[in-house]
Design a protein around this ligand. Structure first.
Ligand SMILES: *Cc1c(COP(=O)(O)O)cnc(C)c1O
Length: 445
């Protein structure tokens, strides 16, 4: 064992080898090299079989793989895939970005007056026109939006929240913990399945400042359940002098409809029901960049904008530019990619799947029916009919094929269902069809 450790090449030898291979100076890769050597030390079997030259060749191979943030193709069938960067933007939405970022821009500069101006805010005005909101404020993401609202309006005070809405939303976002982080005190009401209006009435005391409603996201309570309506809660908050805040989660501008049936209200309907403050994500159903959108009463939004915490949570120029492109697309009646995927007829998905399938070996690739999902905690109960390419091979398991596609350039990410690798056409963008076809053609080379 200790003899085998002696095979591990010293760092100067690794550096020299990598440089000779055109893989840059070892210093750039030191962290990765250390991780790889540590991995090898924990694998005595492999180490026993290898000579020093094998180790160097393996290191060079591993280090030539690209790292860092890069594009992948989403063939999972999950539209708003948080691990894959949520909503894709259309090429038209991002076309102006290189020019904007490679130079200066009028982020906080009033071109007419020739002096310092207001940050943004054409798009904040635009979203007001699209939703009927009095005022809007954009921050870094929806978690930031909720934190800001709670800190400004409920720090050191009580927030009423139904036990049915004390949810955890994917990695690290738990509503009660967010509340605690803001310095607000959580007052839980009702039970997991039933909360009544009287629970809110009875819980309101001199310390209560906010009545919070949170979208349940990935979670659905069914059966023996009830909760007060939004209208009742908004009216109660008004009567008791509380601020009603709703975390809408996904954040569509208007009612989301699937196959013609409405499934969820958007900003417009919620604001029309009198909600004074509503927040949501920019990169879920809205289909824009990562951002938190806060919409509501002008006096409340102004208090948020003037709070020092806002300075820590505000958007950068990239987010603001992309939000503007996204909202302009809505204003012009165009569909951003996420909305287009949600509402597209099944026949179009089939057309895309057929294009991907073109010229592929019918023994290994065939068209199969599939169910895609909205994802991102949106519309948890809805699935979207789709078509996929099922990949099957007598020699290779689905996991092996899936890994091979992930190792490609660009990586293609499918999903495995009942032992079959599926390449779901639902989220594959129109400009990627030829590329996916080529990737699959090369899968068995
Ligand atoms: C997704 C989600 C969040 C977090 O939004 P981010 O934009 O990821 O910060 C908060 N609340 C609800 C209900 C959500 O669905």
């Amino acid at each position: 064992m200790s003899e085998d450790f002696k095979k591990l090449p010293p760092i100067h030898e690794i550096d020299r080898f990598l440089e000779a291979q055109g893989l840059g100076h070892g210093v750039e890769q030191r962290g990765r090299i250390e991780d790889l050597l540590a991995k090898l030390r924990k694998d005595p079997k492999r180490l026993a079989q290898w000579e020093r030259q094998d180790i160097l060749t393996w290191l060079a191979e591993e280090l030539s793989r690209p790292v860092g943030l890069r594009p992948v193709i989403n063939a999972t069938g999950t539209l708003i895939h948080t691990n894959l960067g949520r909503s894709p933007l259309s090429p038209a939405m991002v076309a102006g970005l290189p020019e904007l970022l490679a130079g200066y821009c009028n982020l906080e500069y009033d071109l007419e007056a020739g002096k310092r101006g207001q940050r943004v805010s054409e798009s904040e005005r635009l979203i007001c026109r699209l939703t009927g909101a009095e005022a809007a404020l954009f921050v870094n993401n929806n978690a930031a939006a909720l934190l800001l609202c709670l800190q400004v309006f409920a720090q050191g005070k009580e927030v009423l929240l139904s036990r049915g809405e004390m949810v955890e939303i994917g990695g690290s976002f738990r509503v009660p913990e967010m509340l605690e982080a803001s310095g607000a005190k959580l007052k839980e009401l009702g039970t997991t399945n039933k909360t009544h209006l009287r629970d809110f009435q009875n819980a309101t005391g001199p310390e209560t400042a906010v009545l919070l409603k949170v979208h349940k996201s990935n979670f659905k309570i069914t059966g023996f359940t009830s909760e007060p309506s939004r209208k009742e809660l908004v009216a109660l908050a008004k009567e008791k002098g509380l601020i009603y805040i709703e975390d809408l989660g996904s954040g569509s501008l208007q009612t989301v409809a699937l196959e013609g049936k409405p499934v969820e209200p958007g900003f417009k309907e919620i604001l029309a029901q009198g909600a004074p403050l509503v927040c949501a994500s920019g990169d879920k159903l809205l289909g824009g960049p990562q951002a938190g959108l806060i919409l509501g009463r002008a006096d409340l939004v102004e208090r948020l904008a003037k709070h020092p915490l806002y300075r820590c949570l505000r958007c950068d120029k990239t987010q603001l530019y992309l939000l503007e492109r996204c909202l302009l697309a809505y204003a012009r009646g165009e569909r951003v990619p996420t909305q287009a995927m949600l509402s597209e007829p099944l026949s179009q998905v089939e057309e895309r799947a057929q294009k991907i399938l073109f010229g592929l070996d019918p023994q290994r690739f065939r068209l199969v029916k599939s169910l895609a999902t909205p994802g991102g905690g949106t519309l948890p109960e809805e699935s979207l009919p789709s078509w996929a390419i099922g990949v099957q091979d007598s020699e290779n398991k689905a996991e092996v094929l899936a890994k091979r596609l992930r190792d490609g350039e660009p990586p293609l990410i499918g999903r495995i269902e009942q032992g079959i690798l599926l390449i779901d056409a639902k989220c594959i963008q129109p400009h990627q069809l030829d590329l996916v076809n080529q990737i699959l053609k090369g899968l068995f080379d």
